[in-house]
Design a protein around this ligand. Sequence first.
Ligand SMILES: Nc1ncnc2c1ncn2[C@@H]1O[C@H](COP(=O)(O)OP(=O)(O)O)[C@@H](O)[C@H]1O
Ligand SMILES: [Mg+2]
Length: 241
Amino acid sequence: MSWEKELDEILSKTEGEVFEKATLQSLWKLMSKGYISSFDFPISTGKEGNVFRAKRDGEFVAVKIYRINTSTFRNISKYLMYDSLYKVKKDRRSIIFAWAKKEFNTLKKLYDAGVRVPKPIANEGNVIVMEYIGSVSQAAPLLKNAAIENAEYVFCKLAEYLRLMYKAGIVHADFSEYNVLIHDGEPVIIDVGQTVGTDNPMAFEFLKRDVKNITKFFRKYISVDEESLFRYIVGEKDEIC
Ligand SMILES: Nc1ncnc2c1ncn2[C@@H]1O[C@H](COP(=O)(O)OP(=O)(O)O)[C@@H](O)[C@H]1O
Ligand SMILES: [Mg+2]
């Protein structure tokens, strides 16, 4: 099937709204450069973006497409204000593009720092291509929905990643069981568009919230303590597991 036809199909499945002109152009560029060869199915149709399983030659990839609508725009502007690195023109398109680029660059930084995130592959406009996390038949479940047999192991890994992240100068700022995938028993951190730098005046507050979210989740399985996790992440404590 030609990719134009495949896009038509996906378009009909997802109300068309995401596939504005900018999106079509970005997808066209990514396809002509060989980063995407065909689409498989939508994995998620969220408030701010849609994620698809796609193929690049024979390999699976995940394609995240940021939606360009008013509520997304408001949300994003709020976060971009915290981040002086991303001074962009104030039109909606430039802001969404900057937002996608920010997530792509953050994925690169984190991947290089040894934090388990999907490996970033390409970015064009409001579209990101990254490593697909999941099996042949389905995407990896969220931590929230995964059957966890090794809660202690997963918690310790996440603590280690948050510490590495902090060392790399980054606070996730939307960390919870909704933004961690479990693949083959291993946690993978996703959705890093709204991260802030550790030098940000709001960084500690965001980190506290991240720590609160994750300890609350794990308390169902094991005994965990917010204060120690926080101190471990910022390097005031050497061990937590
Ligand atoms: N690399 C990936 N591999 C597999 N599934 C993914 C990947 N990235 C995201 N997803 C799925 O898509 C959903 C939405 O992605 P996310 O980055 O959290 O965006 P948002 O929460 O802003 O919609 C995730 O909850 C997850 O189920
Ligand atoms: Mg998310």
